[in-house]
Design a binder for this molecule. Structure first.
Ligand SMILES: [Zn+2]
Length: 304
């Protein structure tokens, strides 16, 4: 981690980080060192480079007045700068890997594995709490939700504090929040917006969520107005078995029934190849909005 100890209290520091990853990168950072001591909170965005609402929300968090903080907020608004500049979907354009399937990363590995390892070792493991901001990617429509490691109580509490209603308990072992929860650091991944949009309400939803977490963690003063939440624990992630055309029959936020046909994949000759069928009664968390679909691409995510 950066040398937080020697920063002056009540100040903002910013600059670029260039970890040795075998490919030159300049990763922007901001540190809000509070006027009073307190916990260190890490906020990241841009693990996926085209999730703009989350990236802009992270930039808005940098506008907090450090004099009002008890503790330190470290903000890395664009983790995957190569994916951001190339407007890359899902993957980074250096090794073609999805960074959020590589945690906790590897010291010796490909670009993405090393980048994730650096983020885990230098930042996540040294923080007292971790908030990773995401959204639907350029070709995904999404209804907001917050993910945390199933069974990790302090992460569940942080997810509730963030204020998005739908909470997803995940048993993933390779995502950003996993790396934090494994070290017993309260860690969440909040998702809002998608399809390359960064509308005011969605950016604000994420910015406000971070602010609410800072109140919950004691860095900011204030009363946390309780928000309703729904715990989702059952999921159906539907994937395409074919390359072709994707016709979704349900969109993000829709309620769907078990055995409901929620979309169809057709060949480039327009012939039916695959029906996407929900295995549960639930709510559509995200749906791919791209007509073009590849084998093994996600189609729709449903939670119950
Ligand atoms: Zn993402």
């Amino acid at each position: 981690m950066l040398d937080l100890e020697n920063l002056a209290a009540g100040t903002l520091s910013k600059g670029y980080l260039s970890p040795k990853l075998g490919y030159p990168v300049k990763i922007p950072y901001f540190i809000l060192k509070g006027a009073k001591p307190g916990p260190t909170v890490l906020v990241t965005a841009g693990v996926h480079g085209a999730e703009y609402a989350s990236i802009d929300a992270a930039y808005r968090v940098t506008k907090l007045d450090p004099k009002t903080l008890s503790g330190t907020v470290v903000i890395l608004p664009i983790i995957s700068t190569p994916a951001f500049t190339s407007r890359s979907i899902y993957i980074n354009p250096i090794d073609y890997k999805n960074l959020n399937r590589l945690f906790p990363g590897m010291a010796e590995g490909t670009f993405g594995e090393k980048l994730v390892y650096w983020l885990t070792e230098e930042f996540i493991c040294k923080a007292d709490a971790y908030i990773d901001l995401h959204g639907g990617d350029m070709i995904e429509a999404l209804t907001p939700f917050t993910i945390y490691q199933a069974g990790h109580t302090s992460s569940h509490e942080l997810a509730k504090a963030f204020g998005i209603e739908l909470l997803v308990a995940s048993d993933s072992e390779i995502m950003s929040f996993t790396a934090g929860a494994r070290q017993d650091i309260p860690s969440i991944l909040a998702e809002a917006s998608g399809q390359g949009l960064w509308l005011e309400a969605e950016v604000e939803r994420l910015r406000l969520g971070v602010e609410r977490c800072l109140i919950h963690l004691g860095l900011l003063e204030g009363e946390l107005e309780p928000k309703p939440h729904k715990d989702l624990s059952e999921f159906a992630w539907l994937r395409s078995e074919h390359e072709g055309l994707w016709y979704p029959y349900a969109v993000a936020g829709d309620r769907v029934k078990k055995n409901q046909v929620v979309g169809e994949v057709k060949s480039l000759l327009g012939e039916p190849l695959q029906q996407a069928i929900s295995s549960i009664d639930g709510i559509v968390l995200f749906s791919v909005s791209s007509l073009a679909i590849n084998a093994d691409d996600p189609l729709l995510g449903i939670g119950a």
